[in-house]
Design a protein around this ligand. Structure first.
Ligand SMILES: [Zn+2]
Length: 216
């Protein structure tokens, strides 16, 4: 079963999390998880820059540590930054204290390159997080989920199908997930520009998720 569009029951599971933006505004929020990864993230940044759009990157701390220059470029080019734990942990499989410590480690890494006033966004790897953890971090972090999943990581979904389904389910305020890693790269190259251009032609604006909180 594939959920390109997030089913309502999932949203109800974590009501404190953000699943989409304003449904009245023609804005779309591109998100890229798991980077920064050499080659892949660089390619995406190039595309975003050429098409003059903003996105949000949920970064894994150990990848920031390995690729600080790519991370700096994400910051410099005014894309959003989110915490995706230091080691890409499954929130249902590790002890709460270990999970919280791992979020903190990633935060320390991010803060070496951003200002203290940076809005703190968090996305749990695999979308798996215990409700207890949400309670512990919800005043410090905005927890960002999604309403459209591209399935760029799935070997069973072709690039054509991913593009078609992702486009079909995207609407005002949608938050869509892609992944900047080596497994998705081949498919991503076939999808990403086309997806952006399709909605740019329909007068959509692509925004950094942090903007949502700055205007309020
Ligand atoms: Zn991830």
């Amino acid at each position: 079963m594939y959920f390109f569009k997030t089913p309502g029951f999932l949203e109800l599971l974590y009501p404190q999390a953000l699943w989409h933006g304003d449904r009245e505004k023609k804005k779309i929020y591109l998100t890229f998880d798991d980077g920064p990864v050499p080659g892949v993230t660089d390619y995406i940044l190039e595309v975003l820059s050429e098409l003059d759009v903003k996105a949000t990157f949920f970064c894994v701390g150990e990848n920031i540590k390995k690729n600080p220059d790519i991370f700096k470029r994400i910051v410099q080019e005014k894309h959003g930054i989110g915490n995706h734990t230091f080691n890409h942990l499954n929130g249902w499989a590790v002890r709460d204290e270990d999970y919280l410590r791992n979020i903190r480690l990633c935060d320390d890494m991010i803060r070496q390159y951003t200002g203290e006033d940076q809005i703190k966004l968090f996305r749990p790897p695999y979308g798996k997080i215990r409700r207890k953890i949400i309670k512990r971090i919800r005043y410090e972090y905005k927890i960002i989920m999604w309403d459209v999943l591209s399935y760029d990581f799935s070997p069973d979904i072709t690039a054509e199908k991913s593009l078609y389904k992702s486009s079909k389910h995207t609407r005002n305020g949608s938050i869509i997930i892609f992944h900047d890693n080596n497994k998705t790269f081949k498919k991503l190259k076939l999808i990403i520009s086309q997806y952006i251009l399709y909605f740019k032609n329909k007068n959509y604006e692509f925004c950094n998720i942090e903007d949502m909180y700055m205007q309020k």
